[in-house]
Design a protein around this ligand. Structure first.
Ligand code: SER
Length: 320
């Protein structure tokens, strides 16, 4: 049984909410948050936070021993847009960081590791619609390259050492707690904040760029369900496709406009367009459904309605 979980990258978009969700399951003292950025009040007040750079293997081992950690969830990553600006940093954090996690897990015989991948694992030669889990993996972004290499590395630790390592390919994640940092799908979060705060959004992708997306409650559900899945029933381990819905910036704009009729949008594609163009439009997640019962709860309409409601309230309180 897993008692103590370490979440690395706990201050990020997913890590911050995942830490709070897991603290509700395992108890506040049993989920240790770690990262290199300043944690928000909710993280600090609900449990332990350790400053930890994933590249510091010695300190990672110290933290694991100090809290008798038996599972690590690695949410530390350099995302696609920042990765194109600084490819070596992306390689270093996403690959050397992951190796540190896998090695400490092997050496200290931890019970479980979860390391996410992404739709960025796919590339221009991958079939774009209903993309299968097992298909051509030839990404053209450094982020994508590190994600494919990470999936293979993690599978290697399963095969070679019998280590329990799992992972899933996140689509773009939409949320309203912690802002995403440096991804190509970030537009789908920023658009809500700008719609509510200024009434206008300038989109860095073209209006017809279709990408797979998911709302944070489903992202947390997918992550926690895979984390708790019976390892013996898994056929795949580190490359699970998970899907909820797909949309273009124009579709999202029109949906938001139902709630904010004066909202306007303009389009100014930049270097992130090429990254988005190399990714699938929609994802086939039948392996996740069959092997660990994955099923999303939120449709695009549910997500938009909830995002507007939550962010309007935050805006009225002066929080955003
Ligand atoms: N959201 C990520 C990005 O845009 C994809 O996994 O980089």
């Amino acid at each position: 049984m897993i008692k103590n979980v370490l979440i690395i990258g706990a201050t990020g978009q997913i890590g911050s909410e995942l830490t709070l969700a897991l603290r509700k399951i395992y108890g506040n003292d049993h989920v240790i948050a770690a990262g290199i950025e300043n944690p928000c009040e909710k993280l600090l007040q609900s449990g332990v936070y350790e400053t930890l750079n994933i590249l510091d293997a010695q300190r990672l081992a110290e933290v694991v021993k100090k809290y008798q950690i038996d599972a690590i969830i690695n949410m530390a990553a350099i995302l696609s847009a920042v990765g194109e600006k600084n490819p070596m940093l992306a390689w270093n954090v996403n690959i050397n960081g992951l190796i540190n996690v896998l090695e400490v897990a092997r050496e200290l015989q931890l019970k479980r590791v979860l390391n996410p991948s992404s739709i960025a694992a796919f590339g221009p030669s991958t079939p774009k619609d209903n993309t299968p889990q097992e298909t051509i993996l030839r990404p053209t972004s450094m982020y994508g390259i590190t994600k494919v290499a990470g999936e293979l590395l993690a599978d290697y630790y399963v095969l070679k050492y019998g280590l329990d390592v799992r992972g899933l390919r996140y689509p773009g994640i939409i949320s309203n707690e912690t802002l995403p940092g440096g991804g190509t799908t970030d537009y789908a979060v920023a658009i809500f904040y700008e719609a509510i705060k200024t009434g206008h959004y300038e989109c860095f992708l073209k209006e017809d760029t279709m990408l797979p997306m998911m709302y944070m409650p489903d992202c947390l559900k997918a992550t926690i369900d895979l984390f708790h899945a019976d390892f013996n029933k898994l056929i795949h381990h580190n490359d699970f496709n998970v899907a909820a819905f797909s949309f273009t910036p124009k579709m999202l704009y029109e949906n938001i406009k139902q709630y904010l009729p004066a909202f306007t949008i303009s389009y100014k594609p930049d270097y992130r367009q090429a990254i988005a163009d190399s990714w699938p439009r929609s994802i086939d997640d039948s392996c996740a459904r069959a092997e660990w019962g994955w099923q999303p709860s939120f449709s695009m309409d549910d997500m938009v309605k909830d995002m507007i409601q939550v962010l309007k309230q935050k805006h009225e309180k002066g929080l955003i």
